[in-house]
Design a protein around this ligand. Sequence first.
Ligand SMILES: Nc1ncnc2c1ncn2[C@@H]1O[C@H](COP(=O)(O)OP(=O)(O)OP(=O)(O)O)[C@@H](O)[C@H]1O
Ligand SMILES: [Mg+2]
Length: 398
Amino acid sequence: MTAIVEFDPVGVDSIKGALGADALVLPSLDILRTHLDTNPFEDCIVLGPSVDQQDVFALAESLRVTRPSLGVVMVRRRIDTAVLSDSLRAGVREVVQERDLAGLAMAVRRQRDIASRLRHQLERGDEVVSSSTHGRVVTVFSAKGGCGKTTLATNIATAIAASGKGTVALLDLDLAFGDVAIALQLFPTHTIGDAVAIGEDLDGEAVRGLLTAHRSGVQALVAPMEPSTADTISVGLVTSIIDVLRDEFDYVIIDTPPALDDNVLSAFDRSDVVALLATLDIPALKNLKLTLETLDLIGYPRDRLKVVLNRADSKVGLALSEVEKTLKAPIVAQIPSSRDVPASTNRGVAIVVDEPKNPVSLAIKAFVDENILVTASNDDTIPPQLRADRRSGRLWRR
Ligand SMILES: Nc1ncnc2c1ncn2[C@@H]1O[C@H](COP(=O)(O)OP(=O)(O)OP(=O)(O)O)[C@@H](O)[C@H]1O
Ligand SMILES: [Mg+2]
């Protein structure tokens, strides 16, 4: 069920129209609070355009503490940057324009899905698996599309392979729309879709048979050619593939779709480093903040998360210190914007090897050196307790 508060009957009709019979309209915020107290399985609330914005923010701020898994969706007549950034600070998960009924239905579905998963994880006390004993796993993620995930993942993989500091596998987990093969101009004979026939207990030899070699030395496991094949690939299979790859390679770099789905969460569980990517715009930063909050909720170790800003030199009037304060996380790398990036991608080469002196290449290589390559100094940045836990292979509590 989804509880709605909206005072205007026309607004109520349109919100109910978007959400269907499964919506419960409540007459005030006080009654909504009582409803939430007595319904621990309520996963999402919608606050309509007639509900005072400051009241919504105050409610969201208190629910963030008392009911962290609940999805708060706010509907507004007008949405501008100020509304989005204030919502982001308050903990409103989604802001939807009042006429965007399809967007509202999608936002509610997304929030209910995330909230129920979080609730179950919190109830079960699921565990984040410890990071690897052999290969180092690095996942590149951003909840907003087009931030540069594939660019960063392919360049990290190529930079490590070119440095000769270890063997590298690149896994494309953007199962429906992955474009690692295109970015590196690969002509694969196999894709991750072929692993379905092998089953979840696949071994190193089977996975190696599915890889495509890039001239840099990177071995890529690319996404299926047909988007529909994605549905046949289970999270169990994805998890087995990551486990096998980290046994076989020194570094496993994972590209992801722009959504925190079960495959991505499984990759996070097995990652030593998660590069969280954003660009300097409010929608991207809002999604990054939500990702950080969601990962905090499930107890994901903060020290594995590295915030990376792409196109960080864009003049958009957002100060980095403000961004860090809002995210409550440091920005560990800033990659500038350059027309040479799409130009390299169009030629199927990674800019880090094609133009090693380009500021984009220098920023990516510095990120790799400081945060990914196993060096004595990187190991020093890992807290002693974590180092001990890694060695003993102990599990993380969520
Ligand atoms: N630093 C940069 N400077 C200029 N262009 C960039 C930069 N980073 C990425 N791009 C360009 O932005 C576009 C999107 O990048 P990319 O495909 O890596 O994003 P993505 O996050 O993987 O997208 P999707 O969510 O669709 O998978 C590409 O054309 C890429 O060349
Ligand atoms: Mg991509």
